[in-house]
Design a protein around this ligand. Structure first.
Ligand code: GLY
Length: 327
């Protein structure tokens, strides 16, 4: 028999009731929290599997979700085979690898860097912005100087393979940024985690769209677009064409929809539909959203099928196929 508590959670009304304070007894609230998987880490694309493994090492020891999401995505940042993030990432049309990243913790603190060049771990610089400055976002030359002040070392991130690919692209003579819709196997890594204490954090890091205009910044460092965390409700993150995510403030939207009682999947689906309703050319772009509510329930939705995400719950670290609007 389904208890009231189970019914609330299964229908998504549990979350609304929690945030509206309708679960009256402390015992009921504690029971509701137990329904979720905790700790848990999820991240975008196949490269999320290795990043989840790293994050899990921290979560399994009772560590903070914040430490897990920072450390986890650094695996993708350092992997030259991941051609959309950090070292080995595709350069802009002028041959510069420019990086965007952000991080957000359970208290709503946030840090980000944009248009940062020559640092292996922009997510770590973003965390320093959050913890060592009164600001949220530092970009370009200012971010470079800040990173150096914080002890980070500069290094060339353009690999031989990425240079060859760029030189090949130059031969076509056309300015058309690479689109995730045309090669939907990987993109930005975004990660969400909940720790044993029930606290949420998230991170996002990317080299952005390959062959973009020099100076172009996507959604990945924009709090509310590529990432949003509200410990009272849940967290959401994005991957795909950043312009579409920014114009609809996707991750903030999804968290607010969960606050109103939508399940993580329903909220991600509405985030995608918002893009589709606003952009007649939506077929040409890919965006995928992930969400995790404070109970540890997970959801995903993308414009096109092909978006995959990795889920690690301590027993398994598995790649899941997201539903897509074009299913
Ligand atoms: N989502 C990555 C970007 O658009 O730059």
């Amino acid at each position: 028999m389904t208890t009231r508590r189970q019914f609330l959670i299964q229908t998504g009304a549990g979350l609304a009731a929690l945030s509206a304070g309708k679960l009256s007894s402390a015992k009921e609230l504690a029971s509701a929290k137990e329904e979720g998987k905790r700790p848990l880490v999820i991240s975008t694309w196949k490269h999320g599997l290795a990043s989840n493994e790293q994050a899990w090492k921290i979560l399994a020891k009772g560590g903070r979700a914040l430490d897990a999401v920072e450390s986890g995505v650094q695996v993708a940042e350092a992997d030259p085979e991941v051609t959309s993030v950090g070292y080995g990432g595709g350069p802009d049309r002028e041959g510069h690898v420019t990086l965007d990243s952000c991080i957000m913790d359970e208290k709503g603190n946030a840090g980000s860097v944009a248009f940062l060049q020559n640092f292996m771990h922009p997510v770590a610089v973003a965390r320093k912005v959050m913890e060592e400055t009164p600001h949220v976002m530092i970009v370009g030359e200012g971010a470079r100087r800040f990173a150096l002040d914080q002890g980070f070392k500069e290094q060339d991130l353009l690999t031989d393979q990425a240079r060859k690919n760029w030189q090949q692209w130059l031969k076509t003579g056309k300015y058309k940024p690479w689109s995730p819709a045309s090669n939907p196997t990987h993109d930005t890594i975004s990660m969400l985690a909940v720790d044993q204490a029930g606290d949420l954090s998230g991170s996002c890091t990317t080299s952005g769209l390959a062959y973009k205009m020099h100076g172009r910044v996507g959604d990945s460092p924009i709090i509310g677009a590529a990432l949003f965390v509200d410990n009272e409700v849940g967290s959401a993150c994005a991957t795909g064409v950043g312009e579409e995510v920014m114009k609809t403030v996707g991750s903030f939207l999804i968290v607010e929809l969960m606050r109103q009682g939508l399940s993580p999947t329903e909220a991600c689906k509405e985030g995608v539909q918002r893009i589709i309703r606003k952009n007649p050319n939506w077929r040409d772009v890919q965006v995928g959203y992930l969400a995790m509510d404070r109970l540890g329930r997970v959801g995903a939705f993308a414009i096109h099928t092909g978006f995959q995400y990795a889920v690690h719950d301590g027993q398994n670290n598995v790649l899941m196929d997201s539903a897509g609007y074009t299913d």
